[in-house]
Write a protein that binds this ligand. Structure first.
Ligand code: SF4
Length: 257
């Protein structure tokens, strides 16, 4: 293990590493009080990403829906990344009265060795810590990482994300997650045609319908409301689960909540 593996690169929000206590807003654990640790960096560049401050750096050419928003600018990398020791991150986490920790991003699986150390360290402090990870499902977990994780919230990206297919669909990773009992799939749906892609993917990788959550794409209550009704009907007909975006319903587009 290199010295780099003992350092976590986290997103910086309001000048601090982004670690906060809230409730899970999406997917299988919706509503569960949780501590969020937001890692920075991502291997994808979704056009609607609401954590674009983890990858949309000055000097890159990735398009984003916000490009047309007055005043929107790409992010200066050196101001939006903070490097923290495992001990420092753990010290923040143990301040909160909660044992469900959600490792999110960016793409947290880019930093598996450091996250293994973090999870192990926290369990030496209290064995009942529980760890979920939010991942785009493009990377296979190492054995050590898989041993520590309790739940994978896999959100594979579709064509609507504007990532090319060879980047967003990694067959080995799909196979890893589809055969892992701890993994659940959450697909972000913008339009009805996205469902054809979901059907193809779950057929190709033999993903059981009860492991599939559909979520409307949208960062505003109005957009979620518009897409919710037809998506619920799709879930009823196909045996999928529906998930809303609870944090958007409660706090709108506010970050760090
Ligand atoms: S995979 Fe997630 S963090 Fe990365 S660009 Fe897409 S939505 Fe954003």
């Amino acid at each position: 293990m290199s010295e780099r593996d003992t350092i976590l690169k986290l997103a910086k929000l309001h000048g601090q590493p982004e670690i906060f206590f809230s409730i899970q807003g999406e997917g299988k654990s919706i509503g569960v009080p949780s501590i969020f640790v937001r890692t920075t960096l991502c291997n994808l560049h979704c056009i609607w990403c609401d954590t674009d401050y983890t990858w949309n750096w000055v000097g890159t050419r990735f398009p984003h829906h916000f490009d047309t928003k007055p005043g929107y600018q790409k992010f200066d990398k050196k101001n939006w990344i903070v490097e923290c020791s495992i001990e420092a991150v753990a010290a923040e986490i143990i301040k909160f009265p909660c044992k469900n920790v959600i490792l999110t991003g960016g793409e947290p699986m880019l930093q598996q060795p450091a996250l293994v150390l973090l999870m192990h360290h926290l369990r030496t402090i209290a064995p009942d810590y529980r760890f979920e990870i939010e991942t785009n499902g493009t990377m296979v977990a190492s054995e050590a990482f898989d041993a520590e994780i309790d739940q994978y919230n896999v959100s594979p990206k579709l064509e609507n994300s504007n990532n090319v297919r060879k980047l967003r669909e990694k067959p080995a990773a799909y196979r890893f997650f589809s055969s892992n009992n701890k993994a659940h799939f959450k697909f972000v749906i913008s339009e009805k045609k996205d469902l054809e892609e979901v059907d193809e993917l779950i057929g190709r990788y033999q993903i059981a319908p009860e492991k599939v959550w559909l979520m409307p794409e949208g960062n505003t209550r109005a957009l979620l409301t518009r897409r919710r009704k037809w998506l619920v009907e799709v879930c009823k007909m196909r045996g999928f689960r529906y998930t809303d975006r609870l944090h958007v319903q409660i706090w709108g587009a506010k970050k760090g909540v």
